[in-house]
Design a protein around this ligand. Sequence first.
Ligand code: G3H
Length: 258
Amino acid sequence: GFMDQLLGMHQIEMKLSEYFGNQRCIVVSGNSEQQPKVADAFGEALDESLNLLLPEGDNIIAVMGGTTMAIVAEQLTSLENSKRHNLFVPARGGIGEAITVQANSVSARMATKANGKHRALYVPEQLSLATYNSLLNEPSIQEVLNLISQANCVIHSIGRALHMAARRKMNEEELLMLKQANAVAESFGYFFNEKGEVVYKVPRIGIELKDLAKVPIILAVAGGKAKAKAIRAYMNNAPKQTWLITDEAAANEILKGV
Ligand code: G3H
């Protein structure tokens, strides 16, 4: 019955957070690869989690891009009240991805749905070092980067390394390097091996992995059986305060043989 199912899911959630040693895992039933409703349920879980976790006062929420993030944005409901105000910022500049899944678009959409405010970061994601350095000196860009560095909440997804590299049109040399380094996961423009060690970082403007350690609220949203390896790799070494929102298909695959 329904209660058994609920109890079973709760057990999987406990097992998963014990396995990763992270603060909490939320497991939605089904497989988000095959059932679009499951990704909507990620959004509902994200909305509830944010409502629970965001403190009173002024929050700065840094948001990453990707198709998962774009879908979950649609499920947010107002997170504002008389005491709580939320500013959404993109966690990084964006290029190489379709506009609708760029961090700028996702954070703008989240701000709209959550009745919050939004600031955009108008810089390409992948830059030459010279351009990067001169852009960093632009006051309007510095202002938003400053807000990003003060974020008390980060929301992101986790992708498969080679899939993301191909989607972002990285060159042959980079693809080969990622294969040789056994990259399996990608998040924040970083690529990780199975142990969750960084094997490559795409030069871009935005949040740095080392900054993440001091962010009190972190929500990672990723599911589907095909992403199990990537989720395991990233979560193995993720900041322990990270809440993972995933699905049954990924969770079962990760816990197989544990
Ligand atoms: O960094 C991870 C990717 O943004 C995940 O993208 O949600 O389209 O799979 P996705």
